[in-house]
Write a protein that binds this ligand. Structure first.
Ligand SMILES: C[S@@+](CC[C@H](N)C(=O)[O-])C[C@H]1O[C@@H](n2cnc3c(N)ncnc32)[C@H](O)[C@@H]1O
Length: 276
């Protein structure tokens, strides 16, 4: 266990959940924000941890832009399938339910036991929303998730990159077998980011390291014939409907990044797959 501070004790990879949590809290306080997340602000205030170590770089904004795209995909799916089931794989302290729930869908929030213990201090289960303690690598959690029925939207945001490639292949196989036809939102990280992570402005401050080096998410189609990559975006190629809704300051920043073509930016992709 990493004893990050007196207040919060989380395993090494689990500690990374504090980065997007802080990103949403900081974003939420801005006058012009990509998203509002008062619960993230409250959780950051309640958790005894030196979040300021993540200040000063672009990672927090990156995590917010990623969450915003995953939210967009979730809302789109729920608009088409209001009674769907959403599964947050490696939920951390994410608040997607608070931002995108439609009052009808069923939600499962899966994470490792110490994270769920922390999560339970801020969230409670309800008839439509339940937490699951376990690893995505153990298939048992799927039994509970299958009880609510499809169609399924599976979100694995900033999770699978911490696994080894063989483990990711196992997860994709399990998800495709148990949830055929489901949509899977997942991000992938190529060498431009993997090779520079020690000096990364947020990851460089924690012990966990990205392991799955995935230069091209189309590899997932090769792993699982029948699976289709429906969309794949970098921060500089966001879907127009998402990009155009961002505050002006972000659109200017993205245009500058697009000109620079930085490998650590361009090698990072947010993907939407249909599992088969
Ligand atoms: C960077 S955080 C992202 C959290 C959340 N998805 C978000 O965007 O706020 C990575 C999360 O993946 C979880 N995780 C890592 N390995 C996992 C595994 N084998 N099974 C379930 N969750 C895992 C961690 O505990 C952590 O909560």
């Amino acid at each position: 266990m990493t004893s990050s501070e007196q207040g919060v004790r989380l395993g090494t990879v689990q500690e990374t959940l504090l980065i997007p949590l802080y990103g949403r809290a900081v974003e939420s306080r801005k006058p012009e924000a990509v998203l509002r997340d008062p619960l993230a602000e409250a959780m950051v205030a309640a958790i005894d941890y030196d979040f300021t170590r993540f200040d000063g770089g672009s990672s927090l904004i990156g995590s917010v832009l990623r969450t915003n795209l995953f939210d967009h995909w979730t809302r789109d799916f729920l608009a088409e399938h209001p009674d769907a089931t959403v599964v947050e794989i490696g939920a951390g302290l994410n608040t997607r339910y608070e931002r995108t729930d439609n009052g009808r869908a069923r939600w499962w929030e899966l994470d490792l036991p110490d994270v769920i213990e922390l999560r339970r201090t801020f969230f409670t289960d309800s008839s439509r929303r339940r937490m699951l303690a376990g690893s995505v690598l153990d298939d048992e959690w799927t039994t509970a998730a299958l009880t609510t029925g499809g169609p399924y939207f599976l979100a694995a945001e900033a999770v699978l990159s911490y696994l080894a490639e063989q483990e990711v292949r196992h997860v994709v196989d399990v998800l495709a077998e148990r949830f055929p036809g489901a949509l899977l939102a997942v991000d992938t990280t190529g060498p431009g980011m993997i090779d520079t992570q020690d000096s990364h402005d947020a990851l460089g401050k924690v012990a966990a390291r990205l392991r799955w080096n995935c230069p091209d998410p189309r590899i997932i189609e090769d792993w699982r014939p029948g699976t289709r990559l429906l969309g794949s975006h970098t921060f500089t190629t966001l879907p127009a409907e998402v990009h155009d809704g961002l505050p002006e300051e972000y659109r200017v920043m993205i245009a500058t990044m697009a000109e620079l073509q930085l490998p650590q930016v361009e090698d990072y992709r947010m993907n939407l797959l249909r599992l088969g």
